[in-house]
Ligand binder design. Structure first.
Ligand SMILES: [Zn+2]
Ligand SMILES: [Zn+2]
Length: 143
């Protein structure tokens, strides 16, 4: 049961991330996300605050689930959010944007597809008009 909740949360987070990215980040929170769509040389950007918010949310969820027996499902749910955050960070911040210098070249169809989708997302530098809001999943048209 715990494992299933963890897995479902992890998978469901891609949908949550897609919705958040499309309707909140490219919506009323564009003032944070804009920093991620312009070129700059700063080590941090305002957009990183979203990671802080999601990090706090998953931490609180894990703590509540661990401390209050009746709320135990929050423990695997919080872990699912945190696992997604980790995969997101590795894919988005390291592999796509190379905030940490690594030598990696995508060879699998899956990796090429999700990387291409995010490059397509970054071709647009404005709040409106962008496409490909997902991260770990991309439709076949981005092949
Ligand atoms: Zn964006
Ligand atoms: Zn990006």
């Amino acid at each position: 049961m715990g494992f299933t909740l963890w897995l479902l949360t992890f998978l469901g987070m891609e949908g949550m991330a897609w919705l958040t990215h499309k309707y909140i980040m490219h919506g009323f929170m564009w003032r944070w996300h804009e920093s991620h769509h312009v070129h700059h040389k700063n080590p941090l950007e305002k957009n990183d605050l979203f990671s802080v918010v999601f990090g706090i949310a998953s931490t609180l969820t894990i703590i509540l689930g661990a401390e209050i027996p009746a709320l135990w499902p929050l423990f695997p749910i919080g872990l699912g959010i945190a696992t997604y955050g980790l995969f997101y960070f590795i894919f988005h911040d390291i592999i796509v944007h190379r905030r940490i210098k690594i030598k990696y070249k995508a060879t699998s169809r899956y990796m090429k597809r999700i990387m291409k989708a995010h490059y397509v997302h970054h071709e647009v530098h404005t709040k409106d008009g962008a496409e490909a809001f997902g991260f770990l999943y991309a439709p076949k048209k981005f092949e």
